[in-house]
Write a protein that binds this ligand. Structure first.
Ligand code: PMV
Length: 369
């Protein structure tokens, strides 16, 4: 698939108005995407667990307009008009117009809500952009004349194209959003030994994964619920003149190769080492860029130390990962859930803002509502 394959040929159906709704989850990267080229092309491949409970639900209502001169849309979050979301969506529409030529023909009402608390420091851009991309693809699907005589193989190719193009569009909204459509592990970015992997969209991890990773748990500790100190756009750009950038991109390729064998064997100790190293490397990149940033808070470090002590004392397979912020994702196998939730309640909750955390686990992707 190339970019050209996502340019629509022609729309044979006409549709005056209607609506579509999708729910789409957040995801947490194990090998991190940090650094991009033009058009949201990643500098290195990444892989993530799709989450189950942290989701965005978006309803897109559309009605034909008289003139096709400009984009026309309004945005609501939890039933409240949100004009401050408009610039991001305007940029998104501009980027994807080439691939969805109906965008200026309709007025859109975008109604969205998140299952996780607003301003929890959890990025809603991955779940939000993927939900919106899927709603737009549902409309495109109606506009394209669906041939009811398609056989089963052709229909499944059709579905594959739908999800690939939705992921491709989501990527143009927010890079990591392209990993939120399917589950339970998604790879984005070309990697020589992962078949089908591409810089253009996310693909389901195509190889066998050991039972140890089934229903893997992620408890998200909300350490800092404030606005992000550094937007991810600024963060990615800091990799352009970064002294360690090339080494980091190479390391991500190697880590993804290593992770493939870890996932196959179910080697939890090697998983812990790789995942924690990836998280700290992401933060090390931020600390060693110019300008430099420390995105962890003292409580982030308190939690990391507590996790390390608990692991030493109990032989637990608990580990942590981080996004580009202070919150901590605590990852652990399902069979340790009871003990680890007890540990979190007894020893980690005090480091969370207002004692808040979210229990999540591996999920299986977006759903049409
Ligand atoms: O999708 P963006 O541009 O917000 O970048 C997110 C990057 C990280 O969350 C820090 C890492 C990742 O791979 O998700």
């Amino acid at each position: 698939m190339s970019e050209q394959d996502f340019i629509p040929k022609s729309y044979t159906n006409s549709i005056e108005k209607g609506s579509f709704a999708w729910s789409s989850p957040s995801n947490i990267a194990l090998v991190k995407y940090w650094g991009k080229k033009n058009d949201q092309i990643p500098e290195n491949p990444s892989i993530s667990f799709t989450l189950n409970n942290c989701k965005t639900i978006t309803k897109l209502s559309f009605s034909k307009k008289e003139h096709n001169d400009d984009f026309s849309f309004e945005v609501f979050l939890d039933n409240e008009q949100k004009d401050d979301f408009k610039p991001k969506i305007q940029t998104f529409f501009k980027r994807i117009e080439r691939y969805l030529s109906f965008l200026k023909a309709y007025h859109f009402k975008i109604e969205t809500s998140n299952t996780f608390p607003h301003s929890s420091g959890i990025a809603s851009s991955a779940s939000g952009m993927s939900a919106l991309a899927l709603c737009l693809m549902s409309l495109e699907k109606e506009l394209v004349n669906i041939d009811s005589t398609l056989n089963a193989d052709e229909k499944s190719l059709d579905e594959e194209y739908f999800i690939q193009k939705a992921s491709f569009l989501a990527r143009l909204g927010s890079g990591s959003a392209c990993r939120s459509l399917e589950g339970d592990l998604v790879v984005w970015g070309k990697h020589d030994s992962i078949e089908g992997s591409t810089d253009l969209y996310g693909v389901k991890y195509p190889y066998k994964v050991h039972e140890n990773f089934k229903n893997y748990q992620d408890t998200i500790l909300l350490v800092d619920k404030g606005e992000k100190q550094v937007s991810s756009t600024v963060g990615h750009n800091l990799m352009h003149d970064h002294p360690f950038a090339q080494e980091r991109f190479k390391q991500a390729h190697n880590n993804l190769s290593k992770l493939s064998s870890i996932l196959k064997k179910g080697d939890l100790d090697a998983f812990i080492a790789l995942v924690e190293s990836e998280a700290l490397t992401l933060h090390a990149m931020m600390m060693t860029s110019m300008p430099y940033f420390i995105l962890m808070k003292p409580n982030t470090l308190e939690i990391i130390n507590k996790i390390w002590n608990y692991r030493k004392a109990t032989d637990s397979k608990i580990c942590f990962t981080l996004d580009a912020g202070a919150n901590v994702h605590v990852l652990y196998p399902e069979n340790e859930m009871k003990n680890i939730l007890e540990f979190i309640n007894n020893e980690l909750v005090e480091f969370c803002q207002k004692g808040q955390y979210i229990n999540d686990k591996i999920g299986f992707g977006a759903k049409q509502l």
